[in-house]
Design a protein around this ligand. Structure first.
Ligand code: 2RA
Length: 340
C-alpha cells in the first residue's frame, strides 16, 4: 500500500517544490506530514485540495513515517535524520550536504547510479539514510555521465553560473528587490549577500577552504568521484553566483580516455534520460536558465570538440538545469520512486 510521507522544511523553496513535484508525478501516499521549525508551526497550507497544518519537527514526528524528504539545512538533517532512520524505520532522503560523503550513505542521481539504492525498499521495516547530491553536481552529471559511460572521462573542468535559488527563497527576493532599487537609483539592500547582486556576479558565497576552493567547488569534485565510483577522475571547478532566479548554468570541459566526436556525443545526449539537446549553431540558440526554469529536464548545447586536445579526446559542453527542481526536489522524489 501507499507509503506515509513527511516533508521536512516544507515552507522553504525546496520544501514547496517537493509538494509541487509529488503532485505533478502523482506520487502515491496514504498520508503526508508537513514539518518545519517552531516558527512555522501552525501555518495552514493546502496540498492536492486538502488543508494541512504545518507541525513542529520533533523526533516523534517520524512515528509511522515510511519516507521523509528533508530540505531544512545540514544541522536539522544531522539532528533528526539518523534517528528517524534508526529508531523509526523511516527512509530519509536528505537534500542537505550533511551525509553525502559518508560511507554507507548512497549519493544518488536516479538516471546515473540507481544501483546505489539496492537493498533499500519501502515497507521493508528497515530505515535508511540517502543523500541527494548538490544541485550543481546533479545538473553537471546529468549531461556528463552519458558521455563518461561511452568514453570514460579522465578530467572534468567545470565553471558554474549559479542562480539565486541555491541560496534560498530570501536570496531570490533580495535579487528582485535590489534590481528594483538599482533601477530606481537607490542603494541596494544587501542582507543575504554582503555585496550588490543585481547587475553583478561574484564568487560563490560558500566558505573558502584551506586549499583556496570554496565548499561548492569541492562538493563537485568529491561528489562526482563518489557518484561515478571513480576515485581517480580529475575534477576541478569554479563556482560563481550570478543574478538569475532559479536555474544554474555550467560550462563543462571533458577529457576522455577514448575518442568521442561531437556528432556521436550529441547523439548520445539526445537519447539520454532527463536531458534535452538545444544546440542550434545557425541561429546561435543554446540552453538558457530561463528556458529550463520550472522544467524537469537538463538542457545541453555548445557541444564541440575541444580544440586544445589532440583528435577527439576532448569536448566542451554547456548545461542548464532548474536548481530547485532537478537540482533538488525532483531528484529526491525520483529517488523515492525507486524505493516503492
Ligand atoms: C547553491 N548548491 O547553489 C547550493 C545550494 N544547495 O548555493
Amino acid at each position: 500500500n501507499a507509503p506515509s510521507l513527511a516533508v521536512v522544511g516544507v515552507t522553504g523553496a525546496v520544501g514547496q517544490e517537493f509538494l509541487n513535484v509529488l503532485s505533478d508525478r502523482d506520487f502515491p501516499y496514504r498520508s503526508i506530514k508537513m514539518l518545519a521549525s517552531k516558527r512555522s508551526a501552525g501555518k495552514q497550507l493546502s496540498f492536492e485540495g486538502r488543508p494541512y497544518t504545518v507541525e513542529e519537527l520533533t523526533h516523534d514526528s517520524f512515528d509511522g513515517v515510511d519516507i521523509a524528504l528533508f530540505s531544512a539545512g545540514g544541522s536539522i538533517s544531522k539532528q533528526f535524520g539518523p534517528a528517524a532512520a534508526k529508531e523509526k524505520g523511516t527512509i530519509v532522503v536528505d537534500n542537505s550536504s550533511a551525509f553525502r560523503m559518508d560511507d554507507g550513505v548512497p549519493l544518488v542521481i536516479p538516471e546515473v547510479n540507481p544501483e546505489a539504492l539496492s537493498g533499500i525498499k519501502v515497507g521493508s521495516g528497515k530505515g535508511a539514510l540517502i543523500a541527494n547530491p548538490n544541485c550543481s553536481t546533479i545538473i553537471c552529471l546529468m549531461a556528463a555521465t552519458p558521455l563518461h559511460r561511452r568514453a570514460k572521462v579522465l578530467r572534468m573542468v567545470v565553471s558554474t553560473y549559479q542562480a539565486a535559488s541555491g541560496a534560498g527563497a530570501a536570496a531570490m527576493e533580495e535579487l528582485e528587490l535590489q534590481t528594483r532599487e538599482v533601477l530606481e537609483g537607490k542603494p541596494p539592500t544587501c542582507k543575504i549577500f554582503n555585496q550588490q547582486y543585481a547587475f553583478n556576479l561574484f564568487s560563490h558565497n560558500a566558505p573558502i577552504l584551506s586549499n583556496g576552493y570554496n565548499e561548492e567547488e569541492m562538493k563537485l569534485v568529491k561528489e562526482t568521484r563518489k557518484i561515478w565510483n571513480d576515485p581517480n577522475v580529475k575534477v576541478t571547478a569554479t563556482c560563481i553566483r550570478v543574478p538569475v532566479m532559479r536555474a544554474h548554468a555550467e560550462s563543462v570541459n571533458l577529457q576522455f580516455e577514448k575518442p568521442l566526436d561531437e556528432e556521436t556525443a550529441k547523439d548520445i545526449l539526445k537519447t539520454a534520460p532527463g536531458v534535452v539537446v538545444i544546440d542550434d549553431r545557425a541561429s546561435n540558440r543554446f540552453p538558457t536558465p530561463l528556458e529550463v526554469s520550472n522544467k524537469d529536464d537538463v538542457a545541453v548545447g555548445r557541444v564541440r570538440r575541444d580544440v586544445s586536445q589532440d583528435g577527439d579526446y576532448g569536448l566542451d559542453i554547456f548545461v542548464c538545469g532548474d536548481q530547485i527542481r532537478k537540482g533538488a526536489a525532483l531528484n529526491a522524489i525520483q529517488i523515492a520512486e525507486l524505493l516503492l
